[in-house]
Design a binder for this molecule. Sequence first.
Ligand code: UD1
Length: 432
Amino acid sequence: MEQQFIMRGGRPLHGEVTIGGAKNAALGIIAGALLTDEEVIIENLPDVRDVNVMLEALREIGARVSRTDRHTVSILASEVSGVSVDDEFIRRIRASYYFIGALLGKYQRANVPLPGGCAIGSRPIDQHIKGFRALGSEVQIRNGCVAAEAEEGLRGAHIYLDVVSVGATINIMLAAVLAEGRTIIENVAKEPHIVDVANFLNSMGANIRGAGTDTIRIRGVRRLHGTSYAVIPDQIEAGTFMCAAAASRGDVLIKNVIPKHLESISAKLLEMGNTIIEYDEAVRVIGSVMQRPTDVKTLPYPGFPTDMQPQITVTLALARGSSVVTESIFENRFRYVDELARMGSRIKVDGNVAVVEGVKRLSGASVNALDLRAGAALVIAGLCAEGVTTVNEIGYIQRGYEHFEEKLRGLGAEIELADSERDAQRFRLRAL
Ligand code: UD1
């Protein structure tokens, strides 16, 4: 049996929760560790499935990877023996594409499967490939893999991205830091994790400027050295707990965050009538009993993150009145609405727009996670619903949330992780 979360809803969340390191920054940073032969120590690394798959892939190509504690890892890539990363696990994650940029940058060759990840849209990587080609690499797609080779080494180039892409921005940075000469990448993504990966590379001796703006300038250097670097807090994990606090009408202090990264989320929760108190490294969310509807449109940073769209939709589903949620990044990101409907929500989807009619209460049901953020949103729904909710296929959720259920239990939620049919039955009976 796939693991399940079983929960009984109805309890407002109360207390404090500490946010871990940013998964999406960590994934780029782990690949970046390949760019030096010296030791790289990464701290505040989240212990989640996608991160562990990336670390395992590094090991498979000959890097020495050792955990000094649960959130710190040491990587020594001086004895990497292959440029081909491929196994059934790496095929399932999206960030495998960062191995193309990193291997190409360091060894001028890479062979990596076309990325998997959550089925939230078509998710092409044409902009990554365009960047690698501009830097002087040949790129071919062969047998489901991206084969890249720059026989004469990579040379700096002027690259304009046709779409604002987080993955392409980081990937091209990874390839360009050791390229000869100057690279300018225009129309880049500005997400906090782009800045974090750039800071990490700079701490290894790279020369990257402009991360966090529309244009990134890189002066190639001959070699990079080792570093010790702490990953920034996870914007999306923090946002998820903010929505959980608001939707459950709770009062939660969310610690170890960068409040600036949460502004678009705070803004929406405030518009709904919730109270948000910002501290230097924490935010407190006090959920209002009567929440107002509002409209949300996902956009690249500093806009509202697409990775928060399902969680805010669930929060709006319990507000009083109708809201419009527009998804402008991925075309297929409302599939979870059918699952939510089983819990009594009233949401109509037309293309990339969802009209959310707030309901007074949701009722427990058995639902499927479908993807990482949708899974988290269904857990929030379950915690607010009357009765027992089972969220199936939680492997998706574990890709990006470390001990989600433990953290929620720490806030007073009644939620259990069931490993077996027996567990599941026991938990369900106890919850009834
Ligand atoms: C990353 C995140 C993901 C987040 C997304 C948007 C990781 C591992 N994943 O995904 O959690 O939801 O950013 O913040 O960091 N596009 C192209 N061609 C390309 C690349 C992208 O057309 O070559 C399009 C995509 O289809 C999408 C948009 O650009 O519509 C944004 O995608 P992108 O920012 O690249 O997302 P990912 O890197 O896949």
